[in-house]
Design a binder for this molecule. Structure first.
Ligand SMILES: C[S@@+](CC[C@H](N)C(=O)[O-])C[C@H]1O[C@@H](n2cnc3c(N)ncnc32)[C@H](O)[C@@H]1O
Length: 238
């Protein structure tokens, strides 16, 4: 019996999937993909005879389909957006699969996080500016409490996933100087990518004015504006 491959599809651009991921996608007999965030070009690229959009499926159905096809000796690829380790819900799938005796292997992907830093032409960690990166999400329907005020007081780079709909609320709760640089990157690496730059005080208004309502990252910290951040040169190249 084979195993299921949990593959990171990358942030959107079809050529930002890894070589290993693309190889598995092409060889797959069965593809289960996260419909809203995976580029349809990748789904078309797959040679799978059966392609299932997991958007309308419950955990039990997904795991059931994986189990059925792996037991039948088929190559099953479960395609997740970005990198599956960030807000990807793979652990709950793998725990249930393990209970049923099905092994899973993870193939990492390029997170939207990194497509956003590329779009901003910056580094999330920058000497003398920020040595740490906080990755977080706001409270909402599926999360009771978040740590956005606490994290924002650290003065380090902060990236907020899953917060576009509540952008104004998120930025109102940020406790760093209002002039702190901030950006919103929509659909990083997709053809309709949008990059909006501003400060904590005005970024929500600017992003809304640019028509951004979903699928974006909020990036807060001096690294957003590296030229004025006062960064130091890396020790390695000094
Ligand atoms: C369920 S999470 C999946 C994240 C994914 N695992 C990753 O590594 O990028 C979905 C959220 O990721 C962010 N996201 C995903 N793709 C994006 C992209 N191409 N550009 C900007 N944000 C993106 C948005 O905040 C979206 O609400």
């Amino acid at each position: 019996m084979g195993k299921v491959y949990m593959v990171g599809a990358g942030p959107g651009a079809p050529d930002l999937i890894t070589v290993r991921g693309m190889d598995l996608l092409r060889k797959a007999d069965v593809l289960i993909y996260a419909g809203s965030l995976v580029n349809p070009v990748l789904v078309e690229e797959s040679g799978a005879a059966l392609k299932l959009d997991s958007q309308s499926m419950k955990l039990d159905e997904i795991v059931g389909a994986i189990e059925e096809h792996v037991r039948a000796g088929r190559l099953v690829v479960r395609l997740h957006s970005g990198d599956p380790s960030l807000y990807g819900a793979i652990v709950e799938q793998m725990a249930e699969l393990e209970r049923r005796g099905i092994e899973a292997e993870i193939v990492p992907g390029v997170s939207s996080l990194f497509a956003a830093s590329a779009a901003l032409k910056t580094q999330f960690t920058l000497r003398d500016v920020s040595d740490s990166l906080v990755i977080t999400r706001p409270a909402g329907a599926t999360l009771e409490r978040d740590l956005i005020p606490e994290f924002s007081r650290l003065g380090q780079t902060m990236v907020v996933f899953l917060g576009t709909e509540r952008m104004e609320e998120v930025l109102a709760r940020v406790e760093c100087p209002p002039e702190t640089p901030a950006a919103v990157v929509y659909h990083a690496s997709w053809p309709d990518e949008k990059v909006v730059r501003g400060t904590v005080a005005d970024i929500a208004r600017k992003a809304r004015a640019a028509g951004i309502e979903r699928t974006a990252l909020i990036i807060i910290g001096k690294v957003v504006d590296p030229t004025t951040s006062g960064f130091g040169r890396s020790v390695l190249y000094s």
